[in-house]
Design a protein around this ligand. Structure first.
Ligand code: SAM
Length: 278
């Protein structure tokens, strides 16, 4: 009979946030698969535990994953931990869970620290419906494409962000959603310098342009208000493209602009425009 894979969330800053149940599972599992054993050893020392550890991270997903699966299939149990927070959430684990699911190996997820949930709860923005967007791409073009797809998103949006990318991301968020859109910047949650800055995209972009960001951030951005949503048919969008073409826009730029403003799909609009000889 195969063993169980336990997904064990670990503190995102405050070691006191490890739950008794998580500590028990770490103590009882046959071995621990860690994103970085040098990070996890600190937690184990804090708990007074000594355990065999293997690494499972984004660069050894295939070999590391198969090795963990083989041990599970032979009957051992494994606790998967990452550097901080919940495994499989913008962290290694997703593929290992899929591998186990395919092999019918039991997977048990323990509840515990997760930066996105902590940030959402403290943001002061609507929590009823939200969308987690993970990390935005490093590449500006891909980042903008991602954000443009969210122009009409009415749910609260959450992004993970690294401090060295924050200024550029805030500038892109302001340009895409407008300077008045509300944002909560949740920094260093559960740590000594924890801070929640509730402001607007315009003010946040200005502030961080001159005050270099430090620490870990979750950005919680207000969704579009329903009145901003414009229901435009493909035919109406085509008329807007034609008007922009007359103003001298290239076809590509006109389609991009109209798609962004109306929510009509870029590819659909481009094909229609070519078909109509715009
Ligand atoms: N799996 C983790 C979780 O459940 O939250 C997320 C891991 S992801 C690689 C790391 C990102 O989470 C950071 O870049 C930051 O956006 C966010 N994060 C982690 N700890 C944080 C904290 N204490 N305060 C604010 N954001 C944090």
């Amino acid at each position: 009979m195969s063993g169980t894979l336990y997904l064990v969330p670990t503190p995102i800053g405050n070691l006191g946030d490890i739950s008794p149940r998580c500590a028990d599972i770490l103590a009882q599992a046959d071995f621990i698969a860690a994103e970085d054993t040098r990070v996890s050893i600190k937690l184990l020392n804090h708990l007074g535990l000594k355990k065999p550890m293997v690494t499972y991270h984004r660069h050894n997903k295939e070999t590391g994953g198969q090795a963990v699966l083989d041990r599970l299939l032979s009957g051992e149990s494994c606790a998967l931990v990452t550097d901080a927070g919940t495994p499989a959430i913008s962290d290694p684990g997703e593929e290992l869970v899929a591998l186990c699911a395919r092999a019918e190996v039991p997977v048990v997820a323990l509840p515990g620290p997760c930066a996105l949930v902590t940030a959402l709860a403290v943001s002061g923005l609507p929590t009823g419906r939200f969308t987690f967007e993970g990390f935005l791409a490093m590449n500006k073009k891909n980042r903008r494409t991602h954000l443009e797809a969210l122009v009409q998103e009415e749910r609260t949006m959450l992004f993970y962000e690294a401090p060295h990318k924050l200024t550029a991301t805030l500038a892109d968020l302001r340009e895409t959603f407008g300077p008045e859109r509300r944002i909560a910047l949740c920094r260093e949650l559960t740590k000594l310098h924890e801070e929640v800055r509730r402001t607007t995209l315009g003010e946040a972009a200005d502030w961080y342009a001159v005050n270099p960001p430090k620490g870990e951030f979750v950005l919680v951005v207000e969704g579009a208000s329903p009145k901003e949503k414009v229901e435009t048919t493909a035919g109406q969008a085509l008329e807007l493209v034609t008007a922009l073409r007359k103003e001298g826009y290239s076809l590509r730029d006109a389609v991009r602009q109209v798609s962004k403003e109306t929510g009509v799909g870029k590819n659909e609009l481009y094909d229609l425009a070519v078909e109509q000889g715009c």
